[in-house]
Every structure is written in C-alpha cells, then in structure tokens.
Design a protein around this ligand. Structure first.
Ligand code: FAD
Length: 490
C-alpha cells in the first residue's frame, strides 16, 4: 500500500510538494483554504481586465539550469513556453529624463555613462559585477543541508565569480550602493526597485537574473502558470481539496499523524508537509511552543528581519494615453500612506501581455511598499476607516499619476485596490508579507532545514524556509520536503 502525504496549503510550494510526492510514488492530498489553489501566485479578473498579482520575473527560466528542470517537472514551464517580450528591468524618471536598467547591459552602461561621466568607474564596476552575478544559482537538486563536499566543489566552480560580488556588494545595503554614485538620478535609481534596506548583492543578482535571460515572465502570467501546475498535480493522481481550511496538524507521540479540518473532520496520513505561512503553522496549526529560537528571534526583531507587503491599485488605461513600458519610478508630491510619508511612486504597465485587457487598453498597476508598522496601522483601523483610507489612497495615486502623465486624465479607470490585510485574509500571511525575511547588511541571511524540532514526520515546504523567499524558494522547498521524506523511506 502506498504511504500517504498530506500537504497543508496549495500555493506554489504546496503544489510542488504534491507533484514531487506523486512522482515519488506516494498518495498525495493537498488541502487549500481558498476556492482556488495558487496562494500568492494569483491573478483575477475585473471589468474585462486581468490583474496579475505576482510574477515580475521568474528566476530559473534559462534552459538547462537545475531550477528550470524543477519548473518543467512541476509543469510550470514547458519545453516551448513563450515568454513576454520585455527588454527592461525598470526605469526611473528624473527631471523628465528617463534612466533605464536595460536587459542589455552594454546599453545600460553606455547610457548611464552618458548621463554621468564622472561616475564612469563606478558604473563599469557595477555592470561588471552584474555580469559576474549571472552565475548565481540557487541549489535546486537537493537541500543544502544534504549537500556533500563534491556538491559544494561543483557549485563553487560554477559560481567562481560570485565571491567577487559578495566582497564588493555583500556588506553594503542599497542606500550605500546608491551613494557610491555622484549623479542624483543614479542615487535614486539604485534605491527604487527593492527596499533600500536590502543587501546590495541581492539587487545585483536580481538584475543579473533578468539581464542573462534567467528571469523571464511566462506568457499568461501568474494564474496561467499556477493552473499548469494544478493540471500537472491532477494528471499524476494527486488530489487537491479547495475550500478546505485546515485548523490543526494532529500530533501523537511527538509525530505528525494527520490533520483536523475546520469542519471538524480528521484525515490521517504518514507524513504532513506544511506549505502555509510559517507563522500560521506555528500559531495555529501546531502551537508556538514548537517555534525555536531561530524563528522567534526573526519574528520578534523586525528591525533586523523586516517583512514587506504592499498597497496596490490596478487601473485600465487607454494605450494611446500611456507610452512607457515596464515599471517606471518617479518622484511625486509627498503623501501619507498608512501613517508613513512617501514622495515617490512606481507604476507598472502590462503592455507586454495584451490578453490582460480589451483591445486598445492596458493594465497599469501601482504598488506602495508597506512594512510591518504599516501593516499594524491598517490593522488597527475600524472597518469604515479602513475603507476610507483605501479610497483616499486611490485618489492620491490617481492625482500623482495625472501630474506625472497628464495624458492619462480621462483615460484611466480603477479596477481594484488591495492592502497588506488582503494578503493576510487571503493567504493567512503574517503581516501581509508576500516574501520572506529581508536580508539586511551585516545580518545573517535566514535559512532553515524544513523540519520542526520535536515533531517527527512533519516537514516545511514553503518560501519561508529561505530568505528572501519568492517563487524559486517556494518551488524548491516543496521539492525538498519530499526529498527528506523519500530519504527517510530509503
Ligand atoms: C505582488 C507580488 C509580487 C510578487 N512578485 C514575485 C516575483 O516577481 N518573483 C517571485 O519569485 N516571487 C514573487 N512574489 C512572491 C511569490 O508570490 C511567493 O513567494 C510565493 O507565491 C509563495 O508561495 P508559497 O506556496 O510558499 O506561499 P503562499 O502562496 O502563501 O501559499 C500558502 C497557501 O496556503 C493556504 N493556506 C494558508 N492557511 C491555510 C490553512 N489553515 N488551511 C489550508 N490552506 C491554508 C493559502 O491560502 C495559500 O494558498 C510576489 C508576490 C506578490 C504578492
């Protein structure tokens, strides 16, 4: 008889665990609280348009890489998957001038030097190190804790230039990187895309991923990719139960033996994989007494290990009224969002995906990054005040967009807006966070094995197992949870 694995949570990590579990010959059941699986890798329709909540880039699209093989195994990518035709990472508007980080690094270098000749040396050094960083690959074959000396030697050889990146950019944050440049536009450019607290090497790796063609956007976006994974799970015989919240992981004799559903039913299994937000797991499913010092010290110190979410608004705009491509950052008249002052905004155009809007229209999306304190601000508002603040912010966003892009006036319509509390409600995400802990300079990057001390047969497959989270961590952590189970079963 087949052994049975229950997976709690049907996001990318849970689906990955389900697929790898089925491939390894286990009976698999995935329990998801929402009507559809996918978690944060999601999209939804409004007023004839499609809103994509997730993929700005998917690390691991380069053919032949170990991570690409994982994406293909779980059905997220196929041999012939088409990718969006984007040639930019992002753009910053400064005094009406556009400064772009292109996929083409030579073009970026030439344009940045043209803009600021006195920064030539720093620009060349930056671009050279972005080229080095394109070697960076996360382990996708087996968990790092299971890697032997040979694996490390192979990994070291394939990433021979990464130590140079870490030496130059691994101990400064983005704010310090920005201040290595003299030109104010470059200073702004380097603090735009990620929270300025991020260690600078993360930013170089992200840009390198995109520039080297290893971080494309699959056509159809997040929802289409999730649906391919659901199809793959079902085609392998894995069962997916949606609308089925789990209230508890059953533990007997220090061993996970199954789950209790919110309606009181119990389902027994040989193994349980927790693919929910880890705070949901500790606080509700197993109990905080199982949270060890490492987890606790991160959750309790949001200065050292910040989390972020976003207030977002999506609009349908007439294509004729908006010309920019990709994500554009610009300074704007100051405003207050969730108690925090801001004077900068970004807008992303989905012009690369015409199927997201009726002909002649495109979807524009604004994301205001929100940290732990902002989440708490939203949380303490009454229902009416919450609604009101959302409306106020949408009005502010519209005004700032019209000031920067006057042609949009009269050619743009709100589709939807959502807050950090939306992520909490929809995914049970702690503080609405949609990535794991940020790695700050001088702070050890967070990583755990994916087991829980004191409970046998329980594994964690979730983006929370390794900073900074994201889709590649989610998909590999699901695979690795099954890796540990198969190893246990020899
Ligand atoms: C705006 C935005 C942009 C992003 N951009 C990118 C990007 O460009 N690239 C990238 O790599 N990543 C990106 N991410 C991050 C990426 O979406 C996440 O890292 C990833 O989807 C997390 O997957 P997960 O399975 O670990 O967690 P989740 O997606 O949170 O899945 C957990 C699942 O568990 C379910 N659940 C929770 N509690 C219970 C319960 N008690 N019972 C049953 N089910 C439960 C939830 O409903 C959810 O479906 C982005 C995220 C957002 C929101």
């Amino acid at each position: 008889m087949k052994k049975k694995i229950i997976i709690v949570g049907g996001g990318i990590a849970g689906l990955s665990a389900g697929i790898y579990g089925s491939l390894a010959g286990y009976e698999v059941e995935v329990y998801e609280k929402n009507p559809v699986a996918g978690g944060q890798c999601m999209g939804w329709n409004r007023k004839g348009c499609h809103i994509d909540n997730c993929i700005h880039w998917l690390t691991g699209t380069r053919k032949g890489s170990a991570l690409r093989k994982v994406w293909e195994t779980v059905g997220a990518l196929e041999e012939n998957t088409q990718f969006a035709d984007c040639d930019v990472f992002y753009t910053r508007i400064y005094n009406e001038q556009r400064i772009t980080l292109w996929k083409d690094l030579d073009r970026t270098q030439a344009e940045l030097i043209d803009l600021s000749p006195e920064d030539t040396e720093e620009i060349k050094k930056f671009i050279q190190h972005v080229r080095y960083a394109s070697e960076c690959e996360m382990p996708a074959e087996k968990p790092m804790e299971a890697m032997g000396i040979r694996d490390y030697i192979r990994m070291g050889a394939s990433m021979a230039n990464m130590p140079k990146v870490m030496k130059e950019y691994g101990s400064i944050d983005l704010e310090e990187l920005a201040h290595r440049f003299h030109h104010p536009a470059l200073q702004k450019l380097f603090m735009d895309y990620m929270p300025k607290e991020y260690v600078a090497s993360s930013f170089l790796v992200s840009y390198a991923t995109i520039a080297s063609g290893n971080g494309e956007i699959p056509k159809g976006g997040s929802l289409a990719m999730t649906n391919r994974m659901i199809d793959r799970l079902r085609s392998l015989g894995g069962k997916l139960y949606c609308n089925t919240p789990v209230s508890r992981i059953l533990i007997e004799h220090k061993t996970a033996v199954g789950i209790e559903l919110a309606d009181g039913r119990r389902v027994m299994s040989d193994y349980v994989v927790s693919s929910v937000d880890t705070m949901e797991m500790f606080s509700r499913l197993i109990g905080e007494k199982y949270m060890n010092k490492k987890w606790r010290s991160c959750y309790e110190n949001s200065d050292a290990y910040p989390l972020f979410s976003g207030f977002q608004a999506a609009f349908a705009a007439d294509c004729s009224a908006y010309e920019d491509k990709g994500t554009v950052f610009f300074d704007c008249q100051p405003f207050t969002a969730a108690g925090q002052q801001a004077a900068r905004m970004s807008v992303k155009s989905f012009e690369y995906e015409p199927s997201f809007a009726p002909e002649g229209k495109t979807v524009l999306q604004v994301n205001l990054i929100q940290f732990d304190a902002d989440f708490l601000y939203w949380k303490q508002l009454s229902k009416d005040a919450y609604k009101e603040h959302k409306q106020v912010l949408v009005r502010i966003i519209e005004e700032r967009l019209y000031q920067q892009f006057p042609t949009l006036k009269g050619h743009m319509e709100l589709l939807d807006c959502w807050t950090p509390l939306t992520y909490e409600r929809y995914c049970n995400s702690y503080h609405g966070a949609y990535m794991s802990f940020i790695t700050k300079k001088g702070i050890k990057s967070f990583r755990v094995k994916g087991t829980v001390k004191g409970i046998k047969n329980l594994y964690i497959g979730s983006q929370w197992t390794m900073a900074p989270g994201g889709l590649p961590v989610a998909v590999t952590s699901g695979k690795f949870a099954i890796w540990w189970i198969t190893r246990k079963d020899r």
